[in-house]
Design a protein around this ligand. Structure first.
Ligand code: ATP
Ligand code: MG
Length: 579
């Protein structure tokens, strides 16, 4: 370490929000260059390469073939799939000296599809899985937590090409199994959550989330089954439709001074209509606007949901993607004079041609207390399917702990995680865009079906750190640690120094990767740095050497044992092999 390009820091970086960021900077693994853009110093690069190797091993094991694309890409392929536009501000776009449009690749579906089309033509060529471990660029709105969410980051992306849906299912399963092996080898605690609801079906897309309180993804799992899902993917179980015949007629009431759901509920309870109202009996109508990718025009949208729930913007955005969505602002309300803010109801929206989507709990036959489309008035017993007919349902309401699990067993609890991998059955979207066909045995073309699968390689370094540290510093799993053994020379004497150097040389010869602290710093400084850096085994060569022993410390458990210096190499080599 006396010549290692490393300076550890005593102080936490001012901008660090999460432990992994704080520790990776302090321990000298990464350095910030610009928001979301980091350089890797020697120790960091070793960990990154270690993660990369685990990913590469397991991809090769499923027969995937590694290739490498440029990051700098022409516009045309992304134009063909509309992603040049759809990607919006997240895409780094640039021009060359001739004015040609280029981008820095955020993900490479287009290029892989085109490349396979260029090389393969017969059904005999398929299936094939290709991958790369390559730098990606996304102009993230909120780069965050160091390398956890970068604007430049390393991703393993693979793509499968199959002749049939069954083939795609198989390729998907191969990836799922490989990912389980990767994340197990990295000793991560993680969950696999379904990432998509609706048309594609739950198993067509899953995310691997490393459990971490600091994670940006909220997921839910059931207390009664193995169900786990990204909050965006939770499908609200719809209650059965109710009979309309026995519902009283809707009646409009003058409701002054009821600006909130609570005051409205109190007001109606005060009317003594023979039943009690709660916020869940009210239908709250949230006014939004949506805009299709590349379009300049915003269109109004009403979303109706039970008044005891808030809109979850992430769920709403996922439900409406790729369209953009925003709340109506005062100018919008001024421009749509038929919208009496605070008293908007489904009837008025329909009369004015505004699209109206409701929460799945709003089923035919349910009666609601809602806006009556004129100031200071509400209507009670407005019945879905009788008095109003929504244009469809939407998953926009917040999911709450205690909600019934969509699979019918147990209730939901919430937790947070870091997305470390994503597997996705794309189907024929990209093959359609580029007419990617194989010539079948019967001479007819077969449209190829694709899957795409990502692992956040650089993010994994932070995710591992996020799960594995203590108050003194990082604690790496063996598989990716920057060294197998950290040898600390703790003493100024010539014997101690020579003993430490000899041990390091012998370990090295035995194939054990050593980080040798041969600096002139005090033992206290060296111990603190060893803990901070987080190599799983620390060996202290110090005063004990006079008695023929060195101290071996397990970084994770803190356990110390004295080992005879003669047997130290064999002992340590054994520890490393055990993993
Ligand atoms: P997120 O929801 O976190 O933005 P994503 O859905 O955009 O992720 P994918 O496009 O599926 O991610 O990318 C594959 C993997 O790449 C992700 O599972 C994640 O591990 C990693 N990844 C995505 N964006 C970033 C980023 N900005 N920095 C580091 N890793 C990232
Ligand atoms: Mg993203």
């Amino acid at each position: 370490m006396s010549s290692l390009f490393l300076r550890t820091l005593r102080e936490d970086p001012a901008d660090a929000e999460v432990p992994s960021h704080r520790l990776l900077v302090r321990a000298g693994y990464v350095r910030r260059i610009a928001p979301g853009i980091y350089s890797w110093l020697p120790l960091g690069l070793r960990v990154l390469r270690g993660v990369e190797q685990v990913v590469r091993d397991e991809m090769n094991a499923i027969g995937a073939q590694e290739i490498q694309f440029p990051a700098l890409l022409p516009r045309e392929p992304y134009e063909a799939t509309n992603r040049w536009t759809e990607y919006g501000p997240n895409l780094f776009r640039l021009k060359d000296r001739k004015g040609g449009d280029y981008l820095l690749g955020p993900t490479h579906e287009e290029l892989f599809a085109l490349t396979v089309k260029g090389e393969f033509s017969s059904y005999r060529d398929y299936p094939v899985i290709l991958y790369q471990i390559q730098t990606k660029y996304r102009d993230e709105e909120r780069p965050r937590a160091g390398i956890l969410r970068g604007r430049e980051f390393l991703m393993k992306d693979s793509y499968s090409f199959d002749l049939s849906d069954e083939g795609l299912e198989r390729s998907y399963q191969l990836h799922r199994d490989a990912y389980i092996k990767i994340f197990d080898r990295l000793q991560l605690k993680y969950v696999i959550v379904s990432a998509m609801s609706g048309a594609m079906g739950g198993s067509a897309s899953e995310e691997f989330l490393a459990e971490a309180e600091t994670g940006e993804d909220t997921y839910v799992r059931s207390t009664g089954s193995g169900y786990a899902a990204n909050v965006e993917a939770v499908v609200t179980p719809a209650p059965p439709a109710e009979s309309i015949d026995d519902k009283p007629a809707a009646s409009v009431h003058h409701t002054p001074d009821t600006p909130t759901i609570d005051t409205l509920v109190d007001f109606f309870n005060g009317l003594e209509l023979g039943r009690a109202f709660t916020a869940a009996d009210t239908l709250k109508n949230v006014m939004l606007k949506t805009r299709a990718p590349g379009s300049a025009e915003w269109k109004p949208l009403g979303v109706g949901l039970p008044g005891d729930r808030e809109v979850d913007m992430k769920r709403l955005e996922a439900a409406l993607a790729p369209d953009e969505v925003a709340l109506l602002d005062d100018a919008d309300f001024a421009a749509h004079s038929f919208l009496p803010k605070g008293y908007i109801g489904p009837v008025g929206l329909a009369a004015n041609g505004v699209r109206y989507l409701v929460d799945p709990r709003v089923v035919p036959g349910t009666a609601w207390l809602t806006g009556a489309d004129k100031p200071d008035h509400h209507v009670v017993d407005l019945v879905c399917g009788r008095d109003f007919t929504p244009d469809g349902t939407i998953e926009a309401a917040e999911v709450r702990p205690g909600d019934p699990s969509p699979d019918g067993s147990g209730t939901l609890v919430a937790a947070r995680g870091i997305e470390i991998g994503h597997i996705f059955q794309l189907g024929r979207k990209y093959a359609d865009a580029f007419s990617l066909d194989a010539l079948g045995q019967d001479g007819k073309p077969i449209r190829i079906t694709m899957g795409s699968y990502g692992v956040g390689v650089s993010r994994l370094v932070a995710a591992i750190a996020e799960q594995s540290y203590d108050e003194s510093g990082l604690i790496w799993p063996r598989e990716v640690a920057p060294a197998d053994v950290h040898v600390v020379i703790a003493g100024k004497s010539e014997e101690i120094r020579a003993g430490g150097e000899k041990l390091a040389a012998e370990l090295d010869a035995a194939g054990v990767q050593v980080l040798l602290d041969d600096r002139t710093a005090t033992p206290g400084v060296k111990f603190a740095d060893a803990e901070l850096i987080g190599v799983p085994t620390i060996v202290v060569v110090g005063r004990g050497l006079a008695n023929g022993v060195v101290e071996v410390k397990d970084r994770r458990s803190g356990e110390r044992t004295e080992v005879p210096v003669d047997g130290a190499v064999a002992h340590l080599a054994e520890l490393v092999r055990e993993r």
